[in-house]
Design a protein around this ligand. Structure first.
Ligand SMILES: [Zn+2]
Length: 133
C-alpha cells in the first residue's frame, strides 16, 4: 500500500488495515519544506507500524493541512520520487539487489537546509494498531 493522503485519520485507518491484512505500507507525507517517507511492516514480528510512529491522538484539528499551508511542487516531486523508490524496495525485496525495505525507518527530507535524516521507530508494545493480541 502506498499512502500519501493529507490527514492523520485516514493515515491511521490505512495503517491499521495494512497491519490487519498483512500488507506492507509505504507512507509519504509532506508539509511545506519537510517530507517524511517510511516503509512499515507492523504485521511482522518486532516491526513497528505507522501508529507506533504518530500515536493515536490526531484528528482533523490537530494538524496543519497542505491546503492551508501550501505545498511546493518541487518538494512533492522529491518526496514522491523517494516514496516510489521505497515502494520498489518493498516489491523487489528478496528478488533483486535494490536494497532492503528499511522497515520502521522514517526518512526526514528537509528542503530548506537541505538535509536528509533517518530515525528508527521502535515497535510500541502498547500500540493498538500492531501490538494488540
Ligand atoms: Zn504499531
Amino acid at each position: 500500500m502506498l499512502d500519501g493522503c493529507d490527514n492523520f485519520a485516514t493515515r491511521l485507518a490505512v495503517s491499521d488495515a495494512c497491519v490487519k491484512l498483512g500488507v506492507p505500507l509505504t507512507s509519504a507525507a509532506l508539509g511545506r519544506f519537510q517530507g517524511q517517507v517510511a516503509n512499515f511492516a507492523g504485521h511482522l514480528e518486532g516491526q513497528s507500524c505507522y501508529r507506533c510512529f504518530v500515536g493515536d491522538a490526531f484528528d482533523a484539528e490537530d494538524c496543519d493541512t497542505c491546503a492551508a499551508d501550501g505545498v511546493l511542487g518541487a518538494m512533492a516531486g522529491w518526496v514522491g520520487t523517494f516514496a516510489a523508490m521505497h515502494a520498489v524496495r518493498v516489491l523487489t525485496a528478496g528478488h533483486a539487489a535494490m536494497g532492503d525495505p528499511q522497515w520502521g525507518k522514517v526518512h526526514l527530507l528537509d528542503g530548506l537546509t537541505p538535509a536528509l535524516r533517518t530515525m528508527r521507530i521502535v515497535k510500541d508494545p502498547e500500540c493498538r494498531g500492531c501490538s494488540a493480541a
